[in-house]
Design a protein around this ligand. Sequence first.
Ligand SMILES: [Zn+2]
Length: 391
Amino acid sequence: MLPQDRAEKILTLGQAGWSVRAIADQLGHSPQTIRDYLNGRTTPGLRAPRPSLLTDPLADYCRQRLAEDPHLRPSTLFNEVTELGFQGSRATFYRELSRRLPSLSSHGPSRPQEDLPQDLPGMSHPSVHTHQHAPVLPRPVAPITGEALTSYLTRLAHANHLTLTEVLAVLPSWFSTKINNRDDRAQHHMLIPATAKALHALAHLATTTSASLARALPAFGAVDTHSPVRATTACHRCTARRGVHQPVPVHLPAHQKICTRHGIWLSDADQPHLDLAACPEIITAQRRANRLLRHCTPQQLMSAHLVVAKMIPPWPSSPAGVPFHWRHRLLILQTANHRLGIATDHDAYIDAAKYPDAIALAATMLTPSHPHGIEQDSLAKPSRSPRQRQL
Ligand SMILES: [Zn+2]
């Protein structure tokens, strides 16, 4: 940047009718510098903004992650984008995220107390409940994988003709604190010491094992917390097999879009699930995506998915191409699901219809050196570790 008086001199000479070349010769700067000031691309006294470290693909990634997991903690998102190649500090990330996604600033990255439970009464006191005196509920309830703690406790209460409050009253205060928190996956340091005791108390009350509760419920922090997850509801056919007929809110691995056993598209939390039976290639694509994860991280897969989804042609190039185009699949999906009483105007239809094309393209993108796609080489060791690959 030039000194302000020098920059103003350029403007004065320009207004006086001097040519770019004449000003450049007179002041000893390049013609391009002179042009930048005369055209207003550079303003005297203002430093040109530094390019954002949060690139468009990374910003898209953040937008997608916050849409599919509304309670996603900014610190978790920071770790994910760092793995994808973001090179700024945590503070830079929060600042650029607020600038790129301004709608977040009210509830997102700027809150320094993000992980604090809302209240911690009694957390420092030893629990008064011991196994010898704690009640046991007559009807056991099995947890659903990824289920929110509130959902599990409510189902447990209702199965035993109790209210949630009545169940909480016989459990350690850890549970009340945990479900008052916005996101029961957050492992606050003041709650962690009491987690094992809480887990055993619930297992005892519900006549189940601590291991199965810890495996299924993210609230206990035993599930892998490094892989990104998204908020959805459990596959209704999976839950129906276990006698559960109401929607069960769960957090699933973020790349897992489909229950491959039942061929159900698990839409984001506010959209209906779709039956994929009429389009088996979508179910096959989920299996292909799972295989891709042998060679890349979930973050890399999701980021690649976002990039390639924009590259998929919106319309077939010719009438002959119609049967192979995703719009054809979209129509089949809409028709089949409309018969099941599901409205046809949800984004989930487009996401599902594009999914096989997107995964095929993502496979190519994630293994640019391999012409046949990553999974055909599944026996070979990856040449680089996933963390070294940058998108
Ligand atoms: Zn299922």
